[in-house]
Design a protein around this ligand. Structure first.
Ligand SMILES: *Cc1c(COP(=O)(O)O)cnc(C)c1O
Length: 357
């Protein structure tokens, strides 16, 4: 038997909760009162603390700033019908975080350290979980190297922090995308499957260029000859083609999205045929021309599903019908909502429940 984790809790003097306008939550505008902090030294994760959210003192020579050992996760907690709180797909997010850590030569975090600190944090700040329909508490775990050394090396010191922020319903306007056929986000064998900071820094410039051209995001393609679809910005991409849900198969250049996985699983439950495979650009061009592509959407924790309105491929904008309540994406989004809030049975054990007395 492993002894239960001791978490030292230092509470905030004055809660910031009264300053939050729950009817007007911009993403990430308010950070909840407390954060988890765990330090890694001497080849081991130390005793976890929960402390008031605030600034930290760090060296400008710390290795993460210079050489990029920094990874994060993004997940959500929901208020359930019965008033309890549900952290959705905690295990899968934890497993993915460890894959990101391993790729960046950073120390893995045990499931118990992750689960118990996160549970304690959300329980302490449970009043920050919004209850309006479609709202949630966004959870941001981050791990970064803190050793102060100018030489290039793998850090011996790290911090693991968890912060949370209440977020409103995310009504994304349908996306206009551009197939990116020059820049790459990552390459096979690179770090695309890891949620590491550098992937996002490198994606800003091509995305900014696309925005200046009037698009919302780029649709990334393979690094070799830009013939195959990878994913969109912070979302995986899915299509309904001839009544089948089709999404690129995972490889080391594609992030293994938890939402992608949930949607594929629910599609199977709904007897909706699915296919994970490479998708070639000229298959999309053909499908848009003959009308066999009936839906295209992004899948990610922030929006769940985000409809795609148009895609520019080789200079031509192809438009996609917008979803209605009978579309696959609308049905699967509703299903996910019902599982998360306890309206439907959680048969895949995706919910981590925090009981609120
Ligand atoms: C986080 C992320 C996604 C979506 O993953 P979810 O687990 O569904 O939120 C997709 N692509 C990239 C590049 C991401 O960073």
């Amino acid at each position: 038997m492993v002894a239960p984790l001791q978490i030292a809790i230092k509470k905030i003097q004055e809660s910031q909760l009264s300053k939050v306008d729950f009817n007007n939550l911009e993403f990430g505008k308010y950070v909840s009162d407390h954060m988890v902090l765990v330090n890694y030294a001497n080849k081991t994760w130390g005793n976890p603390e929960i402390i008031p959210y605030g600034d930290l003192l760090m060296s400008p020579a710390m290795l993460s700033i210079h050489y990029g050992q920094s990874i994060f996760e993004g997940m959500k907690a929901f208020k359930m019908q019965d008033g309890n709180i549900n952290i959705f797909r905690l295990k899968k997010h934890h497993a993915r975080m460890n894959k990101s850590l391993a790729r960046m030569c950073m120390p893995e975090i045990s499931e118990s350290l992750f689960t118990e600190t996160l549970h304690a944090l959300v329980a302490l700040d449970h009043k920050w979980v919004p209850s309006n329909e479609g709202s949630s508490l966004y959870i941001r775990p981050v791990v970064f190297a803190t050793e102060a050394r100018l030489g290039v090396k793998v850090s011996d010191l790290y911090k693991f922090i968890i912060m949370t922020t209440p977020v409103g319903p995310y009504f994304s306007k349908p996306y206009k995308l551009k197939v990116e056929d020059y820049y790459v986000r990552t390459a096979e064998g690179g770090t695309g499957f890891a949620k590491c900071a550098g992937n996002y820094g490198g994606a800003f410039y091509p995305t900014q260029v696309a925005k200046e051209e009037g698009f919302d995001q780029v649709l990334w393609t393979d690094h070799k000859d830009h013939q195959y679809i990878d994913e969109v910005g912070m979302m995986n991409v899915m299509f309904v083609i001839n009544g089948k849900l089709i999404t690129p198969a995972l490889n080391t250049a594609i992030l293994d999205g938890v939402t992608r996985d949930s949607i594929l699983t629910l599609a199977k439950d709904m007897n909706f045929p699915t296919e994970e495979r490479r998708i070639k650009l000229n298959e999309l061009e053909k499908g848009f021309k003959d009308g066999s592509i009936t839906e295209a959407f992004g899948a990610g924790t922030a929006a769940v599903v985000a409809p795609i309105q148009s895609i520019r491929i080789h200079g031509i904008d192809y438009t996609i019908p917008l979803p209605n309540e009978n579309s696959f994406q609308s049905k699967v989004k509703k299903q996910l909502f019902e599982i998360r809030t306890g309206l439907t049975e959680d048969k895949h054990q995706w919910n981590h429940i925090i009981k609120i007395k």
